[in-house]
Design a protein around this ligand. Structure first.
Ligand SMILES: Cc1ncc(COP(=O)(O)O)c(C=O)c1O
Length: 287
């Protein structure tokens, strides 16, 4: 069976889904996107992802083509048509198709594209082994709070990580870690406190980050929302990353140096467990 995608109002086999040459997403990277996990058929943190999409669209002044209820119906229908109960839904909105010119076109309708990627998130081998991270300079623009489809700096960062034998890149500005190429970055102090960079234009407001911070408060894990340096990370008791497509993943080396004993730590394991529990029964979390 061919993968079914959604494009501009229609569900169709991926081979038949074509975007015009003059789409501004293709020519300018003029668009925004979202990515959301599906677990046991649930859309994980759906409301928060749709809220961030609304914000991203508003910041770049692309009209939002759908209400939250309509987006949700499309996500559910796409997962259902692909028989996907665990995996990832990607969706993007571009400013649409128009003759190439920098200024906004007058009458273009936004292009909406959505696809699924089936994936074992809960039983991911990386959750057992932990992953390696390398640090790279953060070469991005100054509005990283917008989930823009302009991802060239992250493409280069994550390729550099791969070539160094690592699975994620931590981007660094003025000696401080900003975030991962496609994840939020955390460390755990020797006293068992979580440290995470505060929200600003320097990082994407991660939805998994937000949800996990609320859950960690419930189980009494203390939080320091502040910047941290690469040296502090080398010396941390634990390090981990969060993202919609991976939930919580332990980081066991940074730039080839083992974090503590080089094995996933207890705080990270506990946070992964409570996040998975919430993700598989979101109604319980909402009560
Ligand atoms: C730069 C960046 N930071 C953080 C994240 C994690 O965000 P979320 O938890 O919403 O997936 C992502 C996810 O794609 C990202 O690209």
């Amino acid at each position: 069976m061919s993968r079914i995608v959604f494009l501009n109002g229609s569900f169709l086999p991926i081979e038949e889904a074509k975007v015009p040459f003059m789409d501004r997403g293709f020519l300018f990277g003029d668009g925004v996107y979202e990515g959301i996990a599906v677990l046991d058929g649930n859309l994980v943190d759906n409301d928060a992802h749709l809220e961030r999409l609304e914000r991203s669209l508003g910041e770049v002044r692309i009209p939002n083509p759908y209400s939250r209820a309509e987006w949700t119906r499309l996500e559910e229908e796409l997962a259902r048509r692909n028989g996907m109960t665990e995996g990832f839904i990607y969706f993007q909105v571009t400013r649409g198709v128009a003759e190439r010119d920098f200024m906004f076109p007058e009458n273009a309708a936004p292009t909406v594209a959505m696809f699924t990627q089936a994936k074992a998130i809960v039983n991911a081998p990386a959750a057992e082994t932990g992953i390696a991270v390398v640090t790279v300079p953060d070469q991005r623009w100054s509005r990283r709070d917008i989930k823009s489809i302009n991802l060239l700096a992250q493409v280069l960062a994550k390729q550099a990580a791969k070539e160094a034998g690592a699975q994620e890149a931590w981007m660094v500005q003025d000696g401080y870690v900003t975030e991962g190429g496609s994840s939020s970055g955390f460390i755990v102090t020797k006293e068992g406190r979580i440290v995470v960079r505060p929200l600003s234009n320097a990082i994407l407001p991660g939805i998994t980050r937000k949800s996990l911070l609320a859950l960690s408060k419930d189980v009494g894990i203390e939080l320091e929302e502040r910047m941290f340096t690469v040296e502090e990370a080398y010396d941390a008791a634990e390090a981990f990353m969060t993202s919609a497509s991976t939930f919580v993943l332990p980081i066991v080396t940074i730039d080839g140096r083992s974090i503590c004993d080089g094995k996933p730590g207890p705080v990270t394991k506990k946070l992964r467990e409570i996040y998975i529990r919430m993700a598989s029964s979101p109604r319980m979390a909402a009560e």
